[in-house]
Design a protein around this ligand. Structure first.
Ligand code: NAD
Length: 392
């Protein structure tokens, strides 16, 4: 097939296998350019491993410290006349590169919330990795079917009162006003069921019961706090409520497993991913943030974040954490000098100044790259095979 981007709102419905492979290779090259990660992980499980933070975690561990890994994702395969999802192609490319480098990699494609996928994953870990020294939980999902068979939906809504704020209309390239009504009790509960700690706990308990956590193992789930302008829709909204539940769950699991293993959250910075592009107001905030952080030489994407996570935050015997026991990879984003400028630009920005007052160009580029488009060394006029195997 000849594949071009087909964007529908905040998703691109096409993905390019060679472009996705290029994206994976660039991430690998970045990690390699920084040299080996001293004391980095060796046996890794990543749940949500095919895109965004999970993919970057797997790449940083595999190519930074030679970690063998099992990755879990839920991606759509391709057929001869229909392309697969970007995460499918990313996973295939990760496997090809790992194979070339002689690094062990195994993957499961299926619903991580299900007991079946948990069992399959644990069997793969047992057979190929043995005890894990690092586990990352990096799921971002709109729904979850729980062990009782009930399906819950998550949503991105404020709690208590409506949210009205600036927002980016990426179809029209305009700064508009978004209005989101407050969530109902049912929507809050649903979001906590999907994105809170319940499933994380099932994974951690299953791994501990199967004796698959090595002494000193680190188990991390990802969180976001962000700027005050996004608080009503994120930190204080339905997703923030779910993250608070995730935090409380991690703290409880940490207490139960200590000193054998530590369970904690890492608060990561705002980056362009399929998940973040769906949040009202966040793409505009990210475009502004990118401009400010690039100007100050502080810009990072998923791979720079995860590389710094292993290299800096996890380098010592115990991870570097804040007073609440969380790793803060958003430390550069939250610097006062970054937030002050971002807040000012947020107030001032309008459609007419969008490309000057923010790095919307950079945002658009990164968005396309998520789906394998916009790489100068990929020939997009060429016919490519779309039905490649998940493990490359
Ligand atoms: P993403 O959409 O890029 O990745 C989600 C991953 O989850 C994919 O690998 C996908 O295949 C997998 N997945 C989704 N549903 C699944 C299911 N049912 N079974 C198996 N796999 C499934 O998302 P992301 O932005 O990288 O988010 C990952 C985590 O990082 C989330 O917890 C998010 O809150 C957090 N985070 C994101 C940002 C950001 O700006 N994007 C910032 C801080 C923290």
């Amino acid at each position: 097939m000849i594949l071009q981007p087909r964007i529908r709102g905040f998703v691109c419905v096409t993905a390019h296998p060679e472009g996705c492979a290029e994206n994976v290779r660039e991430q690998i090259a970045l990690v390699r350019s920084r040299g080996e990660i001293p004391g980095g992980p060796k046996n890794v499980l990543v749940i949500g491993a095919s895109t965004g933070y999970g993919l970057a975690t797997r790449i940083a561990a595999a190519f930074g410290s030679g970690a063998k890994s099992v990755g879990v994702a839920y991606e759509r395969p391709g057929t001869p006349d229909h392309c697969a999802s970007a995460g499918w192609y990313n996973n295939a490319a990760f496997h090809r590169e790992a194979r070339k480098a002689g690094i062990g990699a195994w993957s499961v494609n299926g619903d991580a919330f299900s007991a079946k996928v948990k069992e399959e994953t644990l069997a793969l870990v047992k057979a190929n990795l043995g005890k894990l020294d690092f586990v990352a939980y990096s799921l971002a999902s709109p729904r979850r079917t729980d062990p009782q068979g009930k399906t819950w939906k998550s949503c991105l809504k404020p709690i208590g009162q409506a949210f009205e704020a600036k927002h980016l209309d990426t179809d029209r390239h305009q700064v508009v006003t978004v209005h989101v009504d407050p969530a109902t009790e049912e929507e809050i509960e649903g979001t906590v069921k999907v994105m809170g700690g319940e499933d994380f706990e099932l994974w951690v308990k299953a791994l501990a019961e199967a004796d698959l956590l090595a002494p000193g193992a680190k188990v991390v789930a990802y969180d976001y706090i962000g700027a005050e302008v996004t608080f009503p829709i994120y930190h204080d909204g339905t997703i923030g409520m779910a993250k608070k539940h995730l935090y409380a769950t991690a703290a409880r699991l940490n207490a139960a497993l200590a000193p054998k293993a530590s369970v904690f959250l890492s608060v990561n910075k705002a980056v362009v991913t399929q998940a973040s592009s769906a949040i009202p107001a966040v793409p505009l905030y990210i475009s502004i943030l990118f401009r400010v952080m690039k100007e100050k030489g502080l810009h990072e994407g998923c791979i720079e974040q995860m590389d710094r996570f292993f290299r800096e935050k996890l380098a010592g015997k115990t991870p570097i954490m804040d007073a609440e026991g969380r790793v803060r990879l958003d430390d550069w984003e939250m610097r006062p000098e970054v937030q002050e400028v971002a807040t000012r630009l947020w107030k001032e920005i309008e459609t007419e100044t969008l490309r000057q007052q923010s790095d919307y160009n950079g945002y658009e580029e990164e968005f396309l790259r998520l789906f394998g488009f916009g790489f100068t060394n990929v020939d997009y006029s060429k016919d490519v095979a779309t039905d490649i195997p998940f493990e490359g």
